[in-house]
Design a protein around this ligand. Structure first.
Ligand SMILES: Nc1nc2c(ncn2[C@@H]2O[C@H](COP(=O)(O)OP(=O)(O)OP(=O)(O)O)[C@@H](O)[C@H]2O)c(=O)[nH]1
Ligand SMILES: [Zn+2]
Length: 299
């Protein structure tokens, strides 16, 4: 057991690396984070909460049954890209779904250069890809809805036949699983890798992600460089290269709409964060002013 001083305890999140003093058995310092995963605080739409630090690869887990959604996949990818974390996609429950090939194709179109693997840990499909993700010193973070098989993956990596991590019973008919993972866990895997299993992560926010949307939709970004106006919104402006590409069939209109939706969402989140910041600052300023006035009144 390591002793963590109170002053360090509060800001500590899963994935943080620390320097500790062997003699004292206490943590001396939290090392600077090279990446930081945030999400919106449940209930507080725009507050960012750091859920994981120092993640190397974000493993987007999506089941090929009822859970499958290309839109949500894009959101997760934008989230990872926006936090400078390399993503990878695992489409689980391949043995349970009927139209696996079509869905994998769809996912690959959305994922662009990001690797996509169809797997089934229970039926033993695509296990090489699953194993290849684990590398010494590499930290994986699992992103995905409840019941898609994150705990099942962790158990597989841990190499435990008997489940060390509790998995939920899923009703096969509609693919809904009960939410079982209630706390974040960091697992050390055989082979030296680490995996972070964050709960549900249903509220995938885009806060903090600088260029996540652009990087996720880099095909559109590429075409958009040809628009006449640099800040073209591709909504009927003259000389819009994106509109031309849609007309010519080079870009998918639905995909463009999706990118625009995510872009707007991010702008809104940014504006709210800015307004909140402003409010806090003005509150601090008026408090400081009151204090000065009160002190003056006394003298
Ligand atoms: N056939 C099949 N079933 C799977 C696969 N992965 C998970 N399951 C089943 O799906 C159910 C839910 O899996 P979990 O691993 O608990 O899902 P989870 O993502 O950890 O869920 P939360 O803990 O709620 O976030 C379990 O009954 C698993 O046995 C898979 O690849 N194939
Ligand atoms: Zn345009």
């Amino acid at each position: 057991m390591l002793l963590v001083p109170r002053r360090l305890r509060e800001g500590l999140v899963a994935g943080d690396w620390v320097a500790w003093h062997e003699g004292r058995g206490a943590v001396e310092q939290v090392l600077p984070r090279f990446s930081c995963f945030e999400r919106r605080r449940p209930g507080r739409a725009e507050r960012a909460q750091v859920v994981a630090a120092n993640v190397d690869v974000a493993v987007v887990v999506m089941a090929l049954d009822g859970d499958f959604s290309v839109r949500r996949l894009s959101r997760y990818l934008a989230l990872a890209h926006g936090h400078q974390v390399e993503p990878c996609v695992l489409l689980t429950k391949a043995a349970l779904a009927a139209d696996v090939e079509a869905r994998v194709r769809e996912a690959r179109i959305a994922a662009r250069s990001v690797p996509v693997h169809a797997v089934d840990v229970v039926a033993g499909i695509g296990l090489d890809a699953v194993s290849a993700l684990v590398e010494e010193g590499r930290t994986l973070a699992l992103l995905g809805s409840s019941g898609v098989g994150k705990s099942t993956l962790v158990n597989h990596w841990l190499g435990v036949g008997e489940h060390l991590v509790r998995t939920a019973e899923t009703r096969a008919s509609d693919g809904t699983g009960r939410h079982t993972t209630t706390h974040r866990e960091l697992h050390r895997l055989p082979g030296g890798g680490l995996v972070l299993d964050t709960p549900g992560m249903r509220e995938v926010g885009l806060v903090g992600g600088d260029d996540g949307v652009e990087r996720t939709f880099d095909d559109i970004a590429e075409v958009a460089r040809g628009c006449r106006f640099r800040d073209c919104l591709h909504q009927g402006e003259p000389g819009c290269a994106v509109a031309r590409a849609i007309q010519g069939g080079a870009l998918d209109a639905e995909r463009v709409a999706e990118a625009q939706g995510l872009g707007r969402e991010r702008t809104r989140a940014e504006r709210r964060a800015w307004e909140r910041d402003l409010k806090t600052k003005s509150r601090q300023a008026s408090r400081a002013l009151r204090e000065v006035l009160a002190r003056k009144g006394r003298t």
